[in-house]
Design a protein around this ligand. Structure first.
Ligand SMILES: [Zn+2]
Length: 440
């Protein structure tokens, strides 16, 4: 049926439906642990980790490495689920395991990392966008993944082909690609890849997006890594299994939104065609990331997709807890009705101090939308250059990567690491616990 899409699929990272990209075993490699211990916080890691036959996770950073939050709490980052104190539950349901979301301080750009709860001896990883290649988004992402002991990237989702989203995935002018080694698409020895999603049709080709398309096509053809195009309504409703009941669902892409086989009218630009994901656990926590989906009309862009997505999610009964604000808080980011419909408690904005001076991200129109909803807590990776003298709300400026540690219906928001990976400033000391009702 024209314009229709197939039934939603659940893609199991461990299943044979997505073949693991088998990589050449690096020779003469150094162990990760010592690398991190000697200063991965302040200098990029230059050598890949040793790779074992059993595909075990690299050695996580030592305590001295200083990369973990000061006090991750019980069952903190990468640790075991918190003990509910029951001790020997005698068959009672196991407490939900902890999983993590990182809104990476990547400068002007977007990069989100989700690391699922431990299941079957490993934690599945999703990377949504790779930031820009300035300031070397690929290296920033690589270091974070290594620090977290990630042993494979199960899912890579590119919201759209703009340089501030694809840049960390490519290698140009000695920048670091997360996925391959060079412009000839030699697979990176750092992380096997299991699945790749993008918006399929690149209508504004750049050197970066050309490399992405060429390399992901080659990887798919040569190494049986599928490249899924979220285009023409395909893949809407597909869920990516992150283990432990945590799943990422494709809810928008190429101008389509979930539960509607018809393309949204008046979709004109790649931003409006961004792939959006809803990441949820079984206890009701929902995190929405929308790439550069646009809000209030500006130029050729409008809020049609964003508002259709809000309608679809509301119709499904989705109550978003945490919204990753679209389009870096630009003047046409996040329509006020979109925020009002979804009622997130927390809004996260990725903004760079290295942005073009005329961007003025986050724009005060975005703050107004969040303030009107109202959103309880607004956080951003860096200060940016807002375009108003006095802000309608006071955002928490992390000056670094924002980390969420989710355990069932409760999540803790903090800063990750001790400095901004994008420009080196000192990360704010911050720690806030929230649940489905709000923050305290
Ligand atoms: Zn962007």
């Amino acid at each position: 049926m024209p314009g229709a899409y197939g039934p939603p699929q659940v893609l199991e990272a461990a299943a044979v439906s997505i073949d693991v990209l088998e990589l050449p075993r690096p020779l003469g490699l150094l162990l990760l642990g010592p690398l991190v211990a000697v200063g991965a916080c302040v200098s990029p890691v230059d050598d890949p980790p040793a790779w074992s036959d059993t595909n075990e996770a690299p050695v996580p950073p030592s305590e001295e490495g200083g990369m973990a939050p000061d006090d991750p709490g019980e069952g903190g980052f990468g640790g075991a689920p918190p003990d509910d104190g029951a001790g020997g539950s005698g068959g009672a349901a196991a407490p939900p395991a902890t999983w993590q979301i990182f809104v990476v301080d990547i400068g002007q750009g977007d990069a989100t990392v989700v690391i699922g709860p431990e299941e079957d001896g490993r934690r599945r990883t999703l990377v949504v966008d790779g930031g820009d290649r300035h300031p070397d988004g690929g290296r920033i992402l690589r270091n974070l993944l290594l620090e977290q002991g990630v042993d494979a990237v199960d899912w890579v989702v590119l919201s759209h082909f703009d340089g501030d989203h694809v840049g960390g995935f490519v290698t140009i002018s000695s920048s670091t690609s997360l996925l391959w080694e060079d412009e000839s698409c030699t697979p990176s020895p750092w992380f096997p890849i299991r699945g790749i999603f993008d918006q399929g049709i690149d209508t504004n080709t750049t050197q970066s997006s050309e490399q992405w398309t060429r390399c992901t096509t080659e990887l798919s053809a040569q190494l049986s890594v599928p490249r899924h195009a979220v285009a023409g309504g395909e893949e809407l409703g597909t869920t990516l299994d992150l283990g432990g009941g945590v799943r990422a669902m494709v809810v928008a892409g190429d101008g389509y939104v979930i539960d509607d086989p018809q393309r949204v009218a008046s979709v004109n630009t790649p931003n409006e065609r961004s792939v959006a994901l809803l990441i949820s656990d079984e206890q009701g926590f929902d995190f929405l990331v929308t790439g550069d989906l646009t809000g209030p009309a500006s130029g050729a862009e409008n809020a049609a997709v964003e508002l259709a997505l809000a309608d679809a999610l509301v119709a499904r009964g989705v109550d978003v807890e945490v919204l990753r604000v679209g389009h870096h808080g630009a003047a046409n980011a996040t329509h006020p009705d979109f925020v009002a419909d979804l009622q997130p408690e927390v809004a996260l904005i990725s903004v760079g101090d290295d942005q073009a001076t005329n961007y003025h991200h986050p724009r005060c129109a975005t703050y107004d939308s969040l303030d009107q909803a109202p959103v309880e807590l607004v956080m951003q990776t860096e200060r940016g250059y807002p375009d108003c003298a006095s802000l309608p709300l006071e955002p928490v400026v992390m000056d670094g990567t924002i980390a969420l540690e989710v355990t069932g219906d409760t999540y803790v928001i903090s800063g990750y690491g001790d400095h901004s990976p994008a420009h080196g400033g000192e990360t704010l000391s911050f720690d806030r616990t929230c649940d489905l009702q709000g923050c305290r």
